[in-house]
Design a binder for this molecule. Structure first.
Ligand SMILES: [Zn+2]
Length: 452
């Protein structure tokens, strides 16, 4: 599968390119928020159709089909959603119309001078000002995805004057492009978390992240913020940009700051603004990012997976060195409130019975319950489903790799001894898919004894 590879011309560069390379049909040049005017009569005599809606002129040689012909309506449905998200008054967008070229046979567009000036070699999609170009795609989902991706760029370029640094530009475009179209009602929902692979044919972002993590090539959040799309980006880079934008846009602790960032797209110090906005939460954010990308899955439950750093589950402490903590089966990582010292030894004992899944068989449902050892007939991420896991949020940037972490938790089960190489706060969760916490019920009790 190929993902969009898009160059990132600045508005001025785009205008310059148009000035230098105006195609034979160009009658008036583009401005940052209006496309070039071209002679549509000549286009239409060349076997290229033009479909027009309120906000889009779609020029294409791809044969008519319901999926292709409704693209302008899909674009129209996205415009008010972009406007609301980016804080653009709808009156300003009322008469805005972008121009899209959906290309089946590129030679036809080349001969008419309709390819993007200076960028005719683009791979999947490209945008300049209020114009965008797409090569046709094998699936209806992915064709719309590309339109919405480039559409996000043209909307931002037209109304915000720019798209911000590479990671943010591509991250927001992928965020909006990942969508659901209700076949019954035609309702378009943008910024979704795909429920499964079948919902987003050819997208593959989640698998790319999982494969990178499995291969030890995970990117920290600061590393993702350095992704620069002035070079052609590979598929994996798009996946990281999307993962970051989706995380920051959805997580209850981080989303407000993220959504305000669109006001700063023209500020050359954009990434410094990001650091400043998240200053108070930065250690949590960077740690939580690692927990997120190592558990990323279709249907990821951001609300339940949000890490509880505040040790709400602490029951008692101190009596004979024992610390009792209550852990919810239906939540992600929960702080024990306990700091473990490097080199010391701690014993962890867990008890309780809780629901870890609901098996559906037709209309019948059967709850699965388990103890902290987990369900040994069903595995998830290499450990029994429901097994108690532990992690240490180490102090400092680099903990020794042998220390249990959000990336590589320790399997605790009914009991374990932890002897960390780095000091830090101890966290727990039960082993389950990040999409599977909604059908869990109950709690377990963890007793941490030590240092011994
Ligand atoms: Zn892009």
């Amino acid at each position: 599968m190929r993902l969009p590879r898009v160059h990132r011309p600045t508005v001025n560069a785009a205008l310059l390119l148009f000035a230098l390379a105006t195609g034979s049909l160009a009658e008036s040049p583009a401005t940052p928020n209006s496309p070039r005017q071209v002679d549509d009569r000549q286009i239409e005599s060349s076997g290229i159709r033009k479909l027009t809606s309120k906000h889009l002129i779609l020029v294409t040689d791809v044969p008519s089909s319901p999926e292709v012909d409704r693209l302008p309506q899909v674009f129209d449905a996205a415009v008010p959603q972009w406007a609301a998200y980016f804080g653009v008054n709808e009156q300003k967008t009322a008469h805005w119309q972008a121009r899209a070229y959906l290309i089946g046979d590129r030679r036809r567009f080349e001969s008419l001078g309709l390819m993007p000036p200076g960028r005719a070699d683009f791979v999947n999609g490209i945008s300049m000002g209020a114009e965008l170009w797409l090569h046709d795609q094998p699936t209806a989902y992915y064709r719309r995805h590309l339109l919405l991706h480039e559409g996000t760029h043209v909307f931002m370029a037209s109304f915000l004057g720019g798209c911000g640094p590479g990671w943010y530009m591509e991250g927001t475009a992928e965020l909006f492009a990942t969508h659901r179209l209700d076949e019954q009602t035609g309702a378009l929902t943008l910024r979704i978390m795909p429920a499964n692979r079948e919902e987003v044919p050819m997208l593959g972002r989640i698998k790319l992240i999982r494969d990178a993590v499995a291969a030890g090539k995970l990117r920290t959040l600061p590393a993702v913020l350095q992704i620069d799309n002035r070079e052609q980006l590979g598929n994996e880079a798009y996946a990281w940009c999307w993962a970051a934008a989706k995380f920051l846009d959805t997580h209850p602790r981080y989303r407000d700051h993220f959504r305000a960032l669109s006001k700063s797209v023209l500020d050359p110090k954009f990434n410094e603004i990001v650091r400043r906005e998240y200053e108070a939460d930065w250690p949590k954010l960077t740690a939580e990012w690692l927990a997120y990308i190592t558990t990323l899955d279709h249907g990821y439950d951001f609300e339940r997976m949000a890490i509880d750093f505040d040790s709400h589950g602490r029951i008692s402490e101190g009596a004979g060195g024992a610390h009792l903590i209550s852990i919810h089966a239906d939540r992600g990582w929960q702080s024990s409130g306990m700091r473990l010292e490097a080199g010391e030894s701690y014993k962890v004992l867990a008890t309780g019975r809780y629901q870890i899944a609901v098996e559906k068989n037709g209309d019948a449902t059967r709850p699965w319950s388990c103890e902290p050892g987990g369900v040994t007939i069903e595995y998830h991420d290499g450990h029994p489903l429901g097994m108690l896991l532990g992690a240490i949020q180490a102090e400092g940037e680099t903990a020794p790799p042998a220390t249990p972490s959000f990336v590589q938790p320790i399997a605790i089960g009914l009991q374990a001894t932890i002897k960390p190489e780095a000091s830090g706060t101890l966290f727990f969760r039960v082993n389950d898919s990040a999409a599977g916490l909604g059908d869990n019920r109950g709690t377990l009790t963890v007793n941490v004894i030590g240092p011994q």
